[in-house]
Write a protein that binds this ligand. Structure first.
Ligand code: NAD
Length: 533
């Protein structure tokens, strides 16, 4: 694929016969143990920080080339995002990597001399496969987690964002330790060649279709996977919502990165009564954001390529619904106008497909019950969910429908802070990352016990020949007694009441007063019953 901007490198796929060597180098370097040194990791993170800073102009140009991404979005959601990620990991790495002592309640007091602890170990050589919509953030943020955890890594950027893929390759391979980190460029054959290798973890961000291919392949070698998949996210708007705010915020969710955001709403389940008002507010918000029309805006991105342009356009062509905002498309510019379509069936193309573009459906409902039923029938475990209603309605939506993450009263804010854990659930993804979770994602939490030699006096009971009387003594010392009966009800014995009286509001003045009054009452009852005898 030709690169239009002459200052950017032409896309070049990695030779297939090189791929096993790249993977083998990543595995070999891990075995040298040099990545286990925390200082080595910090130096790599510092180098990555300055690489991103020094490559800033070329990265911005590449994002403009591939996605027509505005400088504002390029800086906010890709470049500065990653710089903040590097700084966070550098700042906290010494803490993250420290052994953690395991005490009560995990370790009962009777075993405390065994010095139980959790040691944080890098998983090994990892493969990171990225999608096209945030070609820097979604490839390099997992890398920051992998470096922090002490892994070696091979990256496979999306082949759809060609300029980004090539600039990232140059940046990573010229600035980081070449023996530990590499970038393989290419499409399906190259990814398949990578998947044929043995990895210690595969981190995949992309569609559920490819996610299944990756998970199947990984299962053959029992390789753990983190899957960050997509879409079909519902938004709920009830008649108690602030409609003007809901309209503006949901429109933002579909204009940012031209709606090519895994978290953006696919459809809005909206109370029938407020559809006209909401539509009016959508148009007002549109006019505020694009006073000269969306096409003329320097801020609105474009669809990544003709295939995706036609995929999105087909959803509009096939809909039986009514366009209530937008609707313009222009293939020459890969432009799709932010568009809302009023539909009346979940079989409509606007709801059945993941839009992953600036278009979304409005689906009128009679009640929140109906909205929840419709959402559950479309996708039981979406990546994200948004709810605009009263406090109790929002709580009900959260309670009755799961999702990877959720934002109340806004579009994807839960996914807008680089250090807050992010991930899907069920078929929208397995595992999470960002902030500390990025470190955890590539770390094995290894439990260590250390038995002192002198402890054999106590441990002798475990050796043959077994002695049941010692066994019973051990059980008395270590096995907690149930405070519940066979029906699952709490048994309120003497110890229950003692605990209740002395445990209630243990440290508060109100608790102390309550205990004092309770003791007075018990005293009074006892005296009264003695006097009555
Ligand atoms: P995709 O699944 O088509 O591609 C992702 C990666 O997989 C690319 O690197 C690609 O080269 C590779 N790939 C594609 N087909 C393959 C195959 N048959 N075998 C092996 N590898 C293959 O995804 P995309 O189009 O780049 O991104 C859009 C999708 O990603 C959407 O569904 C979106 O919701 C999802 N997404 C999810 C998140 C998240 O964090 N959960 C973030 C961004 C995008």
């Amino acid at each position: 694929m030709a690169t239009k901007d002459a200052t950017l490198p032409q896309f070049e796929a990695t030779a297939l016969d090189l791929i096993p060597k790249v993977a083998s180098a990543a595995r070999g370097t891990f075995r040298t143990h040099k990545t286990k040194k925390v200082q080595w990791r910090i130096v790599q993170l510092r180098k990555l920080y300055w690489a991103i800073e020094d490559f800033r102009p070329r990265l911005i140009a590449a994002l403009m080339h591939d996605l027509h991404k505005s400088v504002f979005e390029a800086v906010l959601t890709e470049i500065d995002w990653l710089l903040k990620d590097c700084m966070f990991m550098i700042k906290h790495l010494n803490d993250f990597t420290k052994d953690e002592k395991l005490g009560s309640p995990a370790v009962p007091i009777t075993y405390s001399m065994m010095n139980f602890r959790t040691r944080k170990e890098p998983l090994g050589a990892v493969l990171i496969i990225g999608p096209y919509n945030y070609p820097l953030q979604l490839l390099l943020a997992p890398l920051i987690g992998a470096i922090g955890a002490g892994c070696t890594a091979v990256l496979k950027p999306s082949e759809l964002t060609t300029a980004c893929a090539m600039v990232v390759k140059e940046m990573v391979e010229t600035r980081l330790d070449r023996s530990a980190f590499a970038v393989v460029n290419g499409a399906i054959p190259e990814t398949n060649a990578l998947l044929a290798e043995k990895w210690d973890k595969i981190f995949f961000t992309g569609s559920d279709v490819v996610g299944k291919i990756v998970a199947k392949k990984a299962a053959e070698t029992l390789t753990p996977v983190c899957l960050e998949l997509g879409g079909k996210n519902p938004a709920f708007v009830t008649k108690n919502a602030n409609l003007a705010l809901a309209a503006r915020r949901l429109l933002w969710g579909k204009t940012h990165n031209s709606g090519q955001v895994c978290m953006s709403q696919n459809y809005v389940l909206i109370d029938k009564q407020v559809v006209p008002a909401f539509t009016k507010f959508l148009k007002v918000a549109y006019k505020d954001m694009f006073p000269d029309g969306a096409k003329a805006s320097p801020d609105l991105g474009r669809i990544v390529n003709a295939r995706h342009f036609h995929r999105i356009k087909k959803m509009l062509d096939d809909t039986k619904g009514k366009i209530v905002m937008g609707g313009e498309v222009d293939e020459a510019e890969l432009y799709i106008e932010p568009t809302a379509v009023l539909v009346n069936s979940t079989d409509d193309s606007m709801i059945k497909e993941e839009s992953f573009g600036p278009i979304f459906a409005l689906y009128p409902v009679n009640s929140l019950d109906e909205a929840l039923n419709v959402a559950a029938s479309v996708h039981r475990t979406p990546l994200s969910l948004y709810t605009f209603g009263s406090k109790s309605e929002n709580e009900r939506v959260l309670n009755e429908m799961t999702s990877g993450g959720a934002t109340l009263n806004d579009s994807f804010f839960h996914g807008s802070v680089n250090t807050v854990p992010f991930g899907g659930v069920g078929d929208s993804g397995w595992g999470s990352y960002r902030g500390k979770a990025s470190f955890d994602c590539f770390t094995h939490f290894r439990t260590i016990a250390e038995t002192p030699s002198w402890a054999d006096k106590i441990l002798r009971v475990r050796y043959m020949p077994y002695d049941m009387s010692k066994m019973r003594l051990l059980a008395r010392l270590t096995a907690p007694k149930p405070n519940f009966d066979r029906s699952g009800s709490i048994v309120r014995g003497f110890s229950y009441w003692v605990k209740l009286i002395f445990g209630l509001g243990a440290s508060s003045a109100k608790g102390a007063l309550f205990r004092w009054l309770l003791l007075l009452a018990v005293n009074y009852v006892l005296k009264a019953s003695l006097a009555a005898r």
